[in-house]
Write a protein that binds this ligand. Structure first.
Ligand code: NAD
Ligand code: TYD
Length: 369
């Protein structure tokens, strides 16, 4: 059980992909965490198994929309910061069922802000000076870029295109308003696509690894020429630490690793890594499993982050290149087959049927140009 104290932080969504990596990193660095998570399909306590019995981590199962619960946790543990990860995070799911995205990402952030505001108003002295509300957001709020366009910077106008991106954009605007209207000391980070250990295999990289190992089709949407700017999750965690320590209240920081790759390049690189690391696989060369399927509706063509502000102002820089990070990630999935088997049982199968069976197989590029 975490004791009250100035260095405790309240994390939401700490059983998800980025949240759990952040919690593990924070505790390893000597910090203490109260972790509020609803444990949706995307939340998994196995990610935190190494913290079992560790007094630096307290897990609370609950909904961020429960403003009373959040208020009680703040009063009880008196954290020096809230790091708000909890969200519905998968674009394809937001297209199939947007309601949960509005409920968690918008209403949930509203509840978190109200609870944090109530707590902050009661703080005095050093506790008040040091308190921060860190809202973890995405580069998808900026919309899509043409191939020649400059990367997203902090002044790029918001132009969200998917229900997921719109719900995150709305939550960012709420945070901004709570800073300006109520003086809540909040900071927003907008990060590019993450990858690494504990990512649920509905997202591109872990899905492709899991499918390739099982000899299943590797479903590339549309022509596979969409560009994402990839960041290793450990680098996202270090960026959030830097923002918590040195970030300026009311500011936004874009976070990215400068690794723009087309989806097809990512899938091809993964296939080559698996050819090398699983030499006995009967599915080699894994590239033969690539299958073009119908595109995502409203699919954003390109994301790219200009991270000069966080690099220059806070001295943060990504430690992993795409090559080193991807190798680490493939290695992690190869040595954690039991985790993958566990999270891909049950409800996951229904999602795969819904998302992929309805996408007809198409020839390369068809339907996107
Ligand atoms: P995730 O889907 O893996 O995890 C989300 C977590 O939030 C899960 O543990 C889930 O149980 C929890 N949760 C969902 N609804 C909740 C609710 N109502 N109350 C309490 N807990 C709830 O997501 P992720 O990929 O780890 O992303 C974390 C955050 O980072 C999100 O806010 C996302 O928008 C943002 N982000 C993600 C990426 C990325 O590439 N994954 C990039 C930039 C920003
Ligand atoms: P994803 O991991 O869902 O992240 P986001 O949509 O938030 O960027 O998808 C990354 C890219 O990969 C995106 O352009 C969609 C594409 N993609 C596929 O081509 N096939 C798939 O099966 C998935 C899940 C994604």
């Amino acid at each position: 059980m975490v004791e009250r104290g100035a260095e405790v932080i309240l994390v939401t969504g700490g059983a998800g992909f980025i949240g759990s990596n952040f919690v593990l990193d924070w505790v390893e660095g000597g910090g203490r965490v109260v972790n509020l998570d609803k444990l949706t399909y995307a939340g998994n306590l196995e990610n935190l198994a190494s913290l079992e019995g560790n007094p630096a981590h307290t897990f609370v199962r609950g909904d961020i929309r429960d403003v009373g619960l959040v208020g009680r946790l703040l009063e009880e543990y008196r954290p020096r910061a809230v790091v708000h990860f909890a969200a519905e995070s998968h674009v394809d799911r937001s297209i199939v069922g947007p309601e949960a995205f509005l409920q968690t990402n918008i209403d949930g952030t509203f509840s978190m802000l109200q609870a944090a505001r109530g707590y902050y108003e009661g703080l005095v002295g050093a506790e008040r000076e040091g308190f921060r509300f860190l809202h973890v957001s995405t580069d998808e709020v900026y919309g899509t870029l043409t191939p020649e366009a400059a990367a997203f910077h902090e002044e790029t106008p918001y132009a969200p295109n998917s229900p997921y991106a719109a719900s995150k954009a709305a939550s960012d605007h709420l945070v901004r308003a709570w800073v300006h209207t109520y003086g809540l000391p909040a900071i927003v980070t907008n990060c590019s696509n993450n990858y690494g250990p504990y990512q649920f295999p509905e997202k591109l990289i872990p899905l492709m690894i899991a499918n390739a190992l099982a000899g299943k089709a590797l479903p590339v949407y549309g022509d596979g020429q969409q560009v994402r700017d990839w960041l290793y999750v450990g680098d996202h965690a270090s960026a959030l630490r830097a923002v918590l320590e040195r970030g300026r209240v009311g500011e936004t920081y874009n976070v990215g690793g400068g690794n723009q790759r087309t989806n097809l390049e990512v899938v091809t690189t993964l296939c080559e890594l698996l050819d090398e690391l699983v030499p006995g696989s009967k599915f080699r060369p894994h590239k033969q499993l690539v299958t073009y399927v119908a595109d995502r509706p409203g699919h954003d063509r390109r994301y790219a982050i200009d991270a000069r502000k966080i690099e220059g102002e806070l001295g943060w820089k990504a430690a992993e290149s795409f090559e080193t990070g991807l190798r680490k990630t493939v290695h992690w999935y190869l040595t954690n087959a039991a985790w993958v088997a566990d999270v891909t049982s049950g409800a996951y199968q229904q999602w795969v049927t819904k998302n992929y069976d309805e996408r007809s197989k198409v020839d390369a590029g068809e339907g996107t140009r």
